[in-house]
Design a protein around this ligand. Structure first.
Ligand SMILES: [Zn+2]
Length: 240
């Protein structure tokens, strides 16, 4: 099964918090999107084991994406060689053009580990001759794959980026679906009571939208410089 985009995150809910509106938008454009969580997010704050994974599956369905979990342990994720190889194998099997991951994370060590291991996995994915590498058996039966773009949404556990990002996506039209997907996560958010974190996350998306004159936006950094065919792709503008 091939996917056009992989979103690789430490925990269930990271993908939705960071770029749920963009995921829905990609799906609306006809892209196949797979969310990959490095662990199942256990133990969660407000639910029994297994509930968070079920909530995550429902959240992905709301956005129109598919989802799978790797067997990492929440709180103990590390940039390990076995995890790099697992992620590289997924990239080689699913052959995405775009991969989204985490960057600039230092508050939660799982997020920091996810960023480092993803960059390594994207590089591993394009290399050949793993049968000659001791320990490289996991990649030996798959073909090399070059990811074209590696983008990083803002990890909202970190301080806001301000204007230090490469581009932003207008998610005004898909924001209801992002909100609905996040509302599934009763295991970690007090949704009914107006969870403080969810309120702050939405405020950030609204502030980003304000920069561009739209209701909501999600910001991304890029692994490499971005080229457009014409400056007209940036029209219309608000502030010149
Ligand atoms: Zn997380």
């Amino acid at each position: 099964m091939s996917y056009d985009a992989l979103v690789i995150s430490a925990h269930p809910d990271d993908a939705e918090v960071q770029m749920g509106g963009t995921i829905a938008r990609l799906v609306d454009e006809g892209l196949r999107v797979l969310l990959v969580d490095l662990c199942d997010g256990e133990p969660s704050d407000f639910a029994a084991p297994g509930e968070r994974a079920a909530q995550a599956r429902r959240a992905a369905a709301i956005l129109g994406a598919e989802r799978l979990f790797l067997d990492g342990q929440d709180r103990l994720l590390g940039d390990t060689i076995p995890l790099r190889l697992q992620v590289a194998r997924l990239i080689r099997i699913h052959r995405p053009q775009i991969v989204f991951g985490t960057t600039d994370a230092c508050v939660h060590p799982d997020h920091a580990a996810a960023g480092a291991l993803l960059s390594a996995a994207v590089f591993y994915a394009r290399l050949d001759h793993w049968e000659r590498v001791p320990g490289g058996e996991l990649l030996a039966d798959t073909e090399p794959w070059n990811v074209e773009r590696l983008f990083f949404p803002h990890c909202k556990m970190e301080p806001p980026w301000g204007r230090d990002f490469a581009f932003a996506v207008d998610v005004s039209d898909t924001y209801d679906r992002k909100r609905a997907a996040l509302a599934e996560y009763g295991s970690i958010f007090r949704v009914e009571e107006g969870d403080r974190l969810l309120t702050l996350y939405e405020a950030e998306d609204a502030y980003l939208g304000r920069l561009f004159g739209v209701a909501y936006a999600e910001a991304f950094k890029s692994h490499s410089p971005l080229l457009v065919p014409s400056p007209t792709v940036f029209l219309p503008g608000l502030h010149g």
